[in-house]
Design a protein around this ligand. Structure first.
Ligand SMILES: Nc1ncnc2c1ncn2[C@@H]1O[C@H](COP(=O)(O)OP(=O)(O)O)[C@@H](O)[C@H]1O
Ligand SMILES: CC(=O)N[C@@H](CCC(=O)OP(=O)(O)O)C(=O)O
Length: 259
């Protein structure tokens, strides 16, 4: 028996609204390999907070999370966004199971090492048993990026970081970020993304300020997943036609990082 390949997809909140085609492709690939999807939802949380008159603040791409923000983040991520993605995948023929990092000890969190973020968490441990059980039984896990401390405190986990922990723990053959840019760029108006990056290159892009905002947690997550044993990481535009088929066939698309 040949071992099935494993693909982890981080579906960015920035492209969720334009993600129907991608989710159809995800459903198709889930028939041929083990696929887990971790979604974001930053823009949806920002919008929900705005409707309650609350402004959003980010530090190095992470949301400063007070108690009220945490409550909204949980409702939006584990509720609205998670179920929207599950519905789309079910309609595309996949057996998608939506779970939050809170469920079954999936993501055990600790308070973030970065200061000033409030109830943001870093992933300390991934319960791969739960994921392996679902994958083994042919389900497509759809994970909301929330974590639980051992004392039961909820933590808002950046979706890039949550996806990296999952990709690392599953030793993913492919870890693919879908976002709203073609890849990592040298400058905002660059036409094409940088095709290949090493771990050292990724750090240098953060250090020199070429990567800002939401690209910082993405590059840090890419490096973390590679260090934990993910084989290849790609950062790509989630609206690209046939994205997964093209990436898996080795086409140079987006930015690909290897250790
Ligand atoms: N060097 C860079 N190359 C590409 N995008 C960058 C770079 N630096 C910052 N960004 C920003 O990162 C954004 C993607 O991150 P984010 O908005 O968090 O998306 P997602 O919701 O998909 O995680 C891009 O839209 C872009 O504005
Ligand atoms: C701590 C932190 O930053 N949490 C994120 C979780 C969602 C997320 O990361 O969504 P995207 O991938 O769409 O940005 C937030 O509250 O926005």
């Amino acid at each position: 028996m040949t071992m099935q390949k494993t693909m982890v997809i981080k579906h960015g909140g920035s492209v969720e609204a334009a993600g129907a085609r991608l989710l159809k492709e995800v459903a198709t690939w889930a028939q041929a390999m083990r696929v887990a999807l971790v979604h974001g939802g930053g823009p949806a949380i920002t919008e929900a907070l705005k409707q309650s008159g609350v402004a959003s603040t980010f530090l190095r791409g992470r949301r400063v999370t007070d108690e009220r923000t945490l409550t909204v983040a949980e409702a939006v991520l584990a509720g609205t966004v998670n179920k929207r993605i599950v519905r789309a995948l079910q309609a595309a023929g996949a057996n998608a199971v939506g779970i939050s990092g809170e469920d079954g000890g999936l993501l055990t969190a600790i308070p973030s090492v970065e200061e000033g973020l409030g109830f943001v968490g870093d992933v300390q441990r991934v319960n791969t048993k739960l994921l392996e059980t679902l994958l083994q039984a042919g389900f497509l896990p759809v994970l909301a990026p929330l974590g639980l401390e051992e004392n039961g405190q909820l933590r808002n986990v950046n979706a890039d970081a949550a996806a990296a922990a999952v990709a690392g723990a599953l030793r993913a053959d492919w870890f693919i970020f879908t976002t709203d840019v073609a890849g990592v760029k040298e400058s905002p108006d660059a036409e094409k993304p940088i095709p290949k990056l090493t771990i050292a290159d990724a750090y240098a892009l953060i250090e020199t300020g070429v990567a800002t905002g939401g690209m910082i947690p993405k590059l840090e997550a890419a490096v973390s997943a590679l260090c934990q044993g993910a084989a290849r990481v790609a950062i790509c535009d989630g609206r690209t036609e046939g994205l997964l088929a093209r990436l898996l066939s080795g086409e140079a698309i987006g930015t690909v990082l290897t250790a």
